[in-house]
Structures are given as C-alpha cells and as structure tokens.
Design a protein around this ligand. Structure first.
Ligand code: GLA
Length: 682
C-alpha cells in the first residue's frame, strides 16, 4: 500500500494561494500549437489575470516520441516563458493517454471491456491500471519529468494523470483482482462465505478460478460486483500513488494532486482523499436541468469535506459549452461567473478551466475555452478577463472555511451495493436521494458536510442518512453517540440493510439502528406508479397539507417511536410511514418510504429546529434560485434563477465584488452575485 502524504505538504497549497491569491487559469496544451502562438498565449494570460496553468496532461507522445527517447526542449521553453510572465505551473504527468507505441509493443497494457473487446489507441485513456508494463512506463516518464523540473521556479504543483476512471475486465485485471482478493480474504473458503457462493453454485476451489464480472448469462453476484468495484478504485489509486511517490522521490516538494470527478462511480474518494495533498475536482454542471445549481453545490460540499474543510481546487470546468453532451448549451456570462463564485463560496481557492485555448483539431474542437477559436476580440474572452478581475477582488477570503453543523452520510461501497440490480425497485437511486435531501438544505442556506459512515460526528447538531445501504457497527455506534448527546438524526428508507459484503442483515431492519430509531421493518416493497397517500397523525403538528409516498416503502412497526404518519392505502395501508423517537438528549426520525418533497422538507425542518440549526439568512427558505453561503468572514449571495429576488440581510455589509455598501432588504438581480463582508457603521 502507498504511504500517506507528508503532513507538512497538506498545507502546501495554502502557500501558493498566499502568494497568488485565488488561483485562476486552466489546462494549457501548448504542444498542440505552433511555437509562434506561445508568446501570444502568455501575453493574453497576463491580460486575463491567469496565474496558474496545468501543463502537459496529454503530452506523452510529444515528450517520449519513441520508448525511452525523451524530448523536453519544448517544455523547457514553455515553462521558462510562463515563468517570465509570472504564471505558475501545475505540471502534469502525461499518463492518462499513452502513446500508440505502448499498446502496439505491449497489447496487454490496453483495457478490455466486459465483452472481451480490447480497446484501441486513437482516443485517450487506453490503459489498464492493472498492467505492470503500463505502470512502469508511466513511472519512468513521471520520474524523468520530476527529475528535470522539481526545482523549476514555475512549477508550484504536480498533477498526476487525469480523471482516474478506467475500468478493465481483461486478464491483467483478473490477475490483480485475485491478488487483491487473497489479501482481503486470506482463504478461498472465507471468500466463498463472504460472497455467498452457495447460491447458483458459484463455489470456487481456488482464487485462480475467479474472474472480473465479465459478460455473464444473467445477474452477477452482488458481492463479486462490489469487490470488483473496490478493487478497481484501489488499482486506480495505486497508479496515482506510485507516480506521486516517484515525483517525491525525485525531490519535488510541491503539493501533488489529481483531478477528481465528483461522484463519479469508479473511485471511492474517501479512500483517495488522504492521498492527495490538495483535493481537486472537475465540474460540468448540466444547466439544461432545473437542479444543476444545487446538484453541483453538493459536489462542492463533497470536495470540501474530502479535504476536511481545507480549500480545494476547481481544476476544470467550461467557460461556456461542453462538446461531449448530445446537445450542448452555452453558458451566459452571468452563468460562467456564478459557477465559479459558487465554487469559491463552497471552499475552492482555485478556479480553473478546460482549457486555455480552444482546440482546433481533435475530438474536443467544439468544447469552449477561455480563449476561443475567434480569438481575444470575443465575448467569451471578455468573460474570462472579467472573471479574473472578480477573483482578484476576492483575495481577502482566501483560506476561509465553511462551518457546517449538518452532516450527510455518503459512501461509495454503499452506493455500489445499493444500486445493483435485483432489488425491490430499480427506481431508487442513491445519488438522487442524496441530492434531494441536500437540496432541501441548500434552499435553506444551511451548510452541509458530507461524512463517511463510521466517522466521528461530534461536530454536528444534525445528521442525515438519506440512503446508506451498508451500515456496519462503527457507523451505527457513531449515529447512536450523536443522538445521545443531543443531535437530530434523520434516516431514509432502505438504509442499514446490508453488511460490508452486500449480504442482507437478518432480523427486523434496520438491524443495527432498530433501538435507536424505535421502529423496525420486515418487508421492502416497490410502490405503485400512482403516488400512495400518506395520512398524517395529530402528533405531527408541522406536517404539510399533503403527503405522498412513491418508489419504495417498508412495512414498519413502531417500537417506542411516535408515529407521525401512516400509509393511507395499498399493500402497506395502516402501517407507519414516518416516525420520531426521542433517545436520551436527541431524537431520531425514520422515513419508511420515499416521501414527497414537502414532507421530506417538513421532517428535515423539525429535525433542524430540534437541534437549533438555522440558515445564514433570516428567511427559513430562500427565494427560488437564491443560494447563500457563509465562508469565513464572507457571506456569498448568488441568484441562479431567472427572476430578481428580494433578500433580507443581517446588518451592514460591503460587497467585495462591487465595493458597494448594502443593508437591510436588497434586490439580487437574476444572475447576480455578491460577496458581503461585515462593515460597522462609521
Ligand atoms: C475533462 C477532461 C478534459 C476534457 C474535459 C472536457 O475535464 O479532464 O481533458 O476532456 O473534460 O469537458
């Protein structure tokens, strides 16, 4: 296993922002352009206020045109030029896209899909993380780069690979998966037991008989699937840590990172988080959906939480349209500004883009960039420059923290296991539920941290568990401790169902939370397409006028909890649907179904009230489209909606973006943003 990062390096990113303020820039791919352009690039970067660019992400074939033959002369020139213009460099190992010669000389480095098809060069990402040959070539180029540039004055950060998200089902993966399984289980008997291989006659005689979950005649064993996902995340992480360690061994002292992809399903980011010196993420909210702003806020909260509250890097986003969706909508200037300021509000101290200059050739030729095909005399480039100016004004907030008193449980293995086929309903999606619950808090201007099951919850007044399928003893103990010391806990349906191997916990569910919730269940059922009415009891004074259930319900029995609402019809008619249980100084709510948004919000409001948690603005629910976040001394107000909105402020403030003073009621125009710091009347 890899070593964890040197603790001294964890804060190294703050040294960069202390020097540069908020970092602003993007991927810069000078190798795709003639040298004559480079000077113009540097000058325009200076004009836009760019202070950090990521160089070399896809330059392997240019750096190593033939095996072992390196050409660094062009990169020397680029780094010197950038340094001469005061632009810092996040230097990438180019290992996400091996040159075609690697796959030709070593076909086993190429990934294989579940159908046994070996994927070819001609795009990118054609490597299997399992291949020792690939990893050795990747280490060699990473080492050569680090040896040459560890002390180059332009290089302030290192960036390993790009968007780790490869999966391979071939023979290389089979070999490494077996080794990983041996390490996890020790004996084949233990594996057979954990995987429940007596079902469908899957008993293995030896680890050598086990395969990745390739194309099969019917459903895959969920335990095999879960372990293969764990293995895949681990194998990708090993590619990262090997290169990271090689960069360090070559003498580099700068922070080393890679760019995550939010909730991307192949990497368990709780496992990864401790391995990067600063958390970095790529974000492409789909503004064609109505929930994009709250959904991306959730991702940003995840990034902040992965770094235990430390500032993070928005490594890539689009200034305007992407090119990889079937239909790509542009971003308005306001939208581009809001997306960036939102990331800053939620803890980012670097705002970067894919990419600096729009590609003329290649698959991403229509992906927007900070500097478009049409050049500097364009609205997009004006947007870029205006954003650079905004970020310079926000220098005072660098390093500020978002303090959250609400924790939301999320975990990859739980999501992987929960979202496997063969459940009561395929309509229950873990991420969708997490998004719904988080959105309710987003609408209230209440900050939320994401936490891993089992983590210490003592900093939180309210704990939310929208849908955590796997709850093991450590997680149950932490939840119990939180409630007993006075926290509110809200648990959603189909939580605490399985053990760490995706085996169902037997007994009335949720087995490990039953006492805490004062309620237990015996059956999970898919609910009919037409919403099921839920009848509210007198005891639930704050209930909304109408409550409905859909997707999934549970047959519950109250065992000490108060019943707040019952199913009003159908298979579960008369059974409790929503309960509340007081336990020592706190209280625990349980939702025995996916309930309508208003009902969810009402339960969350009760839980927040009981714990004394309020939002950052006096309004309980913010006007539609308005986002409010307190980061350090600054109150960020963002209007994502298409209507101007009235907002009530607590006290006199100065807007860092416009330098205007504001007080009391103000109108936040559609698309507008303010970053307010307290100002005392003179
Ligand atoms: C990701 C990748 C980039 C590019 C962009 C396009 O961020 O890392 O290389 O493909 O997507 O949106």
């Amino acid at each position: 296993m890899a070593t964890t990062p040197d603790p001294r390096r964890i804060d190294a990113f703050s040294e960069i922002t202390r020097d540069l303020g908020i970092c602003f820039g993007g991927d810069y791919n000078p190798e795709q352009w003639p040298r004559e352009i480079w000077q113009e690039d540097a000058e325009l970067m200076v004009r836009a206020g760019v202070n950090l660019v990521t160089v070399g992400v896809f330059s392997w074939a240019r750096l190593e045109p033939s095996p072992g033959e390196y050409d660094f002369a062009w990169l020397d020139e680029v780094l010197d030029l950038l340094h001469a213009h005061g632009i810092a460099v996040d230097l990438a190992t180019p290992t996400a896209s091996p040159p075609p010669w690697l796959g030709i000389l070593h076909p086993e480095t190429l990934p294989v899909n579940p159908d046994g098809v070996r994927l070819a060069a001609g795009s990118r990402n054609q490597f299997t993380p399992a291949s020792r040959v690939y990893r050795d070539h990747a280490l060699a180029i990473a080492t050569a780069l680090a040896e040459r540039y560890a002390t180059h004055p332009a290089v302030r950060m290192w960036h390993v690979g790009n968007e780790f998200g490869q999966i391979d089902f071939g023979d290389e993966a089979a070999r490494e998966f077996r080794l990983w399984l041996r390490e996890r289980y020790g004996s084949i008997d233990a594996l057979n037991e954990a995987w429940g291989t007596l079902v469908w006659a899957q008993g293995y005689r030896d680890f050598d008989e086990i395969l990745p979950p390739r194309r099969m005649p019917y459903l895959v064993n969920p335990a095999q699937s879960l372990d293969f996902r764990r293995y895949t995340s681990w194998a990708l992480q090993r590619v990262f840590t090997e290169q990271r360690d090689a960069i360090r061994d070559a003498g580099a002292t700068q922070p080393i990172t890679t760019n995550f992809m939010g909730f991307e399903p192949l990497t368990d980011l709780w496992e990864w988080a401790g391995e990067v010196d600063v958390v970095a993420d790529d974000q492409y909210p789909d503004h064609a959906t109505t929930t994009s702003s709250s959904d991306i806020a959730l991702v940003q909260d995840l990034m902040r939480s992965l770094g235990e509250g430390r500032p993070w890097v928005l490594m890539e986003q689009a200034v305007s349209a992407t090119s990889w969706r079937p239909h790509n909508l542009p971003k308005s200037r306001d939208r581009a500004r809001l997306d960036s300021l939102q990331a800053v509000a939620r803890g980012a101290d670097a705002i970067c883009f894919f990419q600096w200059r729009q590609a003329r050739t290649g698959a991403e030729r229509f992906h927007s960039a900070m500097l478009p095909h049409a050049g500097a005399d364009t609205e997009v480039f004006e947007t870029t420059c205006a954003l650079g100016a905004d970020l310079r004004r926000l220098r005072p907030i660098v390093g500020g923290r978002v303090e959250a008193s609400v924790a939301l449980l999320f975990d990859w293995p739980s999501r992987w296991a929960a979202d496997e086929p063969g459940r009561p309903t395929q309509r229950l999606d873990t991420l969708e539920q997490v998004q719904r619950w988080h959105r309710a808090l987003w609408r209230r201007g209440i900050a939320v941290d994401l936490v891993r099951p089992g983590a210490d919850l003592s900093a939180y007044a309210t704990v939310l568990v929208p849908h955590t399928y796997i709850v093991e003893t450590d997680a149950a103990t932490a939840l119990r401790a939180a409630v007993e010391r006075g926290a509110s806990l809200v648990v959603g349906p189909f939580s605490g169902v399985a053990d760490g191997n995706a085996g169902i916990l037997t007994g009335r569910s949720p087995v490990l939370l039953r006492d805490l919730l004062g309620v237990s269940g015996e059956e999970w059922v898919g609910l009919p397409d037409a919403p099921t009415p839920v009848v509210v009891e007198q005891t639930w004074a704050t209930a909304p006028a109408e409550v409905e259930a859909s997707v999934l319900g549970e047959r519950l029995r109250a065992e000490g909890a108060e019943v707040l609402a019952r199913f009003g019809a159908g298979h579960l008619s008369g059974a409790p649907a929503i309960t509340r249980h007081r336990a020592r100084d706190g209280a625990a709510w349980y939702l025995g179904a996916i309930v309508s948004d208003d009902a969810l919000a009402a339960v969350l409001d009760d839980a927040l009230d009981a714990a004394g948690v309020t939002g950052v603005l006096p309004d309980r629910v913010l006007p539609d489209g308005v986002e409010a976040v307190q980061r350090g001394e600054a109150l960020f107000l963002l209007n994502h909606g298409d209507q101007d909105r009235r907002v009530t402020l607590p006290g006199l403030r100065r807007d860092l973006l416009s330098d205007a003073d504001v007080e009391g009621q103000l109108t936040l125009a559609s698309g507008a943003a303010m970053v307010l710091i307290e100002r005392h009347a003179e």
